[in-house]
Design a protein around this ligand. Structure first.
Ligand code: ATP
Ligand code: MG
Length: 223
């Protein structure tokens, strides 16, 4: 089992009130599996993805990654866990606006200490796959929404992560670009990458092996 969530509860503090967003949530994800998570706006999908990505602490329950209890790790060990294993397309992209496209996508490889010439080749390959070679030297602030989205996807997959978490990865893409992104996800899946995709889009959801709906603070299997 790659990921195991058991009895996860997460609450946020709003003013003086605590609000439970996830309650006693359970999920098992096998290595190489692809799953989609659907659910109404505000139900806690991004919260759940941030927990799986080791970015957000939770209040109760256990999360195991390859059998390791994530909450028992130090902050540094958790950062190492993310760097080595996880690619994350966050909902608001979190790109570095003052750097160009090449620098944004190259960053995870620099963190891993990859030699410069290999980084260049790999980033060029990714840009080609995403059909945005022409943006290589552009600053993020000059890109369209769909181009930014593809840069965020590029940065998440450039290191060939074991686990790809994607929060609405096709939200601002036209049908044809969405199709090309789905092809990339499908080829990652064939290479054994585990995919967890939050999506409102049925085409994207159906491209995954399992669909879950987050409702009433829990996950329900849809297919
Ligand atoms: N840091 C925070 N403090 C307080 N409340 C928060 C915090 N982060 C999120 N929330 C609230 O928790 C709920 C779940 O948020 P989350 O972002 O996980 O929803 P979501 O399912 O991803 O929604 P969407 O589909 O709109 O992206 C929302 O009501 C949100 O306002
Ligand atoms: Mg969200």
């Amino acid at each position: 089992m790659l990921i195991e969530l058991a009895g996860i509860t997460k609450c946020y503090k709003n003013g003086s009130q605590y609000v439970n967003i996830l309650e006693d949530l359970n999920l098992k994800i096998h290595e190489g599996e692809s799953i989609a998570i659907k659910g109404k706006s505000g139900c806690g999908k991004s919260t759940l993805l941030n927990i799986i990505g080791g970015l957000l602490p939770f209040d109760k329950g256990v999360m195991l990654f390859n059998g390791t209890d994530i909450s028992k790790l130090t902050e540094n060990q958790r950062a190492e866990y993310r760097k080595k294993n996880i690619g994350f397309v966050t909902q608001n992209f979190h790109l570095l606006d003052d750097r160009n496209v090449f620098e944004n996508i190259a960053l995870p490889l620099q963190y891993l200490g990859m030699p410069k010439h290999q980084i260049k080749a790999r980033v060029e390959e990714i840009l080609y796959d995403l059909d945005i070679e022409y943006t290589i030297k552009r600053e993020i602030s000059t890109l369209s929404g769909g181009e930014r989205q593809r840069v965020a996807i590029g940065r998440a997959i450039v290191k060939r992560p074991l686990l790809l978490l994607a929060d609405e990865p096709t939200g601002s893409l036209d049908e044809q670009t969405e199709e090309s992104i789905l092809k990339i996800f499908s080829s990652l899946h064939q290479q054994g990458v585990t995919l967890v995709i939050v999506t409102h889009d049925d085409t994207v959801a159906k491209s995954c092996q399992h669909i879950y709906k987050l409702q009433h603070k829990e996950l329900h299997s849809v297919s």
